[in-house]
Write a protein that binds this ligand. Sequence first.
Ligand SMILES: *Cc1c(COP(=O)(O)O)cnc(C)c1O
Length: 365
Amino acid sequence: MENYKLLTPGPLTTTSSVKEEMLFDRCTWDDDYKKMTQQIRRRLLEIAFVSPHTYTAVLLQGSGSFGVEAVLATCIQPEDKCLIIVNGAYGERMVTMAKYIGINYILYSVPYDKVPVANDIAVMLKNDRCITHVAMVHCETTTGILNPLEDIANICKKDNITFIVDAMSSFGGIEIKVEDLAIDYLISSANKCIQGVPGFCFVVAKIEKLLSCQGTAKSLSLDLYDQWKCMEKDGKWRFTSPTHVVAAFSKALEELTAEGGVLARYKRYSENNSVLRDKLKAMGITAYIRKEFQSPIITTFLFPSIKFDFADFYQYVKANGFVLYPGKLTDLNTFRIGNIGEVYKQDIVQLCDIIEKYMEEKINE
Ligand SMILES: *Cc1c(COP(=O)(O)O)cnc(C)c1O
């Protein structure tokens, strides 16, 4: 089988050493395994810049969406009202979840190429005193836009609003000072910027808030409070844990530290991203999101003006060792390139050479 590097926003390319951790079958109730879980939880708190006295980390089986749904299902009471900020598919998914769960919510949405305006949110909170929660996506992976976390956080903080952040595709790749920003629930997953493999998600939660959530969830498997209470005892997961994934994640955390932490990773991703944007722009392939709002995670590109068939392009690039991502916009022809994971500047340069060759061949056809 041909091997390739993933230029997708997760699952992403991981190191061989992370994958090798999965060659050993671990026992879920063994002390060493439970210790590993506890260590992961402590390390996540450090990465989130929070005190272990005020915050906790809860790991939960399933992909990232399970974590978002667990938070919405567990941490919003029937009398609460949540303002959901939408400028992409992951914001929309939170709205879908809110409908399923049956929580009160109100929508604030802007076009997918625009960021939410903090002042608009402030006005909405002022005009509707029933709003108790705000939920937003940090990096909207749909487009690659980076939403103004700090501005919205400051507004929530001032109004004492419970703040929920889907930082799925940014946590570990962009520094987020969770306690300073007074984020109450931050959700991410194993297979994004921490560079593990898919299989579980995690929530960094403010203990004081989580303590008041007992008995709220109408789903047993997604009850974040129960999951926390069980894990808190000694690191034993409630229900079967994804042992191989957890071991790989533990290794991935070590490698994040070895790289120099989140800031070093941010620099690598940022360089990957700007090289990619600049080189493709020079070839006439422009990014959908303006540079000032572009995240260092994933970029959406408009189809170039030459006769362009994404399936053909995809196969060509794949045959040369890289896998790209289709676009997620309904009104525009786009494709996406992720630049996170075990991916370096030389990979991006190599990819751009492949794309350049493809474009030349198409023009000469
Ligand atoms: C990846 C991602 C999710 C979760 O998606 P899953 O497919 O459930 O893992 C949620 N929000 C954002 C912003 C994401 O990038």
